[in-house]
Design a protein around this ligand. Structure first.
Ligand code: PDD
Length: 284
């Protein structure tokens, strides 16, 4: 049985509880982070914590734990659960109070929950066979740059993809791809440049996206930070996604149109390899 962290306590998972009045439960008034673990160490951890602070600031949420404490909790959970490969999930909500649309943040104590999930990240089937994606309209709210726990639309989008025999969905707003349900979207042009849309309120500023872009620049791969349409993506040499739990996931079909002969492309696989190697060097 896993040990999870809830508001200062390490508990067996079946004893870990939060209030029915928690605003995370009633209003999705919560933020989260997912940091992956390789060889028992945290990947891209400092950047995930910078984004957590940003999410809290944007929502005017109080931050009641120090960065040192947060790192210690992550490490304690990895150690107590013997986690070698997988992820640590962290969720922070505004706190519990009687149900009311208005609230007084200063009077609330944020709820903090962390747990681990063991999962094979390096030997993942997604990397060997690639992912098929469908496209769906992006019907999320206007602040997708904040990592909130309002994940119903992405969750339903992924279910629609499964129903259609695909692995995930890319969302489309104003004729251009925003991002995947839980990842950032990239295409590779015929002349080998990688294209991903610029950051805005419409997408999550992915940590893996940022790290990968830095590695690509170092490796002399040209990056075009611009919007792209579904049509352009279908005609691209390759496509891939980035996220903390998949790293770089090659996309082999978009709405049934095969890319790079339906097999993971060399650019995506190369970037995946680079990302894993570099991340292992920097893991903490
Ligand atoms: N999802 N875009 C969205 C909408 C996401 O939910 C995520 C991450 C990303 C990629 O961000 P990062 O590289 O920082 O993981 C982009 C996490 C993994 C999740 O919800 O499980």
């Amino acid at each position: 049985m896993r040990t999870v962290y809830v508001n200062g306590d390490y508990l067996p998972e079946n004893e870990a509880k939060v209030s029915v009045f928690d605003r995370g439960f009633l209003f999705a008034d919560g933020i989260y982070e997912v940091a992956s673990v390789l060889g028992g160490k945290l990947i891209d951890y400092p950047a995930h914590m910078v984004r957590l602070h940003r999410s809290a600031n944007e929502l005017g949420m109080r931050f009641t734990v120090s960065d040192d404490e947060l790192l210690a909790i992550h490490r304690e959970l990895v150690s107590r659960n013997g986690l070698e490969e997988g992820a640590v999930y962290l969720q922070m909500t505004r706190g519990a109070t009687d149900r009311d649309f208005t609230f007084d943040t200063e009077k609330l104590t944020p709820t903090l929950v962390l747990f681990t999930q063991a999962r094979a990240l390096i030997d993942s089937p997604v990397a060997t066979r690639g992912m098929k994606v469908i496209t769906i309209p992006d019907l999320r709210w206007g602040r997708c740059d904040i990592k909130t726990v309002q994940l119903l639309y992405p969750s339903l989008g992924k279910m629609e993809a499964k129903k259609q025999g695909a692995d995930d969905a890319w969302m489309v707003r104003d004729g251009v791809v925003t991002e995947g349900t839980s990842n950032n979207a990239f295409i590779v042009t015929r002349d080998g440049a990688i294209v991903t849309r610029p950051l805005s309120n419409s997408i999550l500023p992915g940590i893996t996206r940022a790290t990968l872009m830095a590695y690509s620049e170092k490796n002399g791969i040209r990056i075009e930070e611009r919007e792209f349409t579904v049509e352009e993506a279908k005609q691209a040499a390759e496509a891939f996604i980035t996220s903390a739990t998949v790293f770089v996931g090659p996309v082999v079909a978009i709405d049934g149109v095969e890319l790079s002969d339906g097999k993971p492309g060399p650019v995506a696989l190369g970037l995946r390899q680079t990302y894993i190697e570099e991340s292992l060097k920097r893991a903490i």
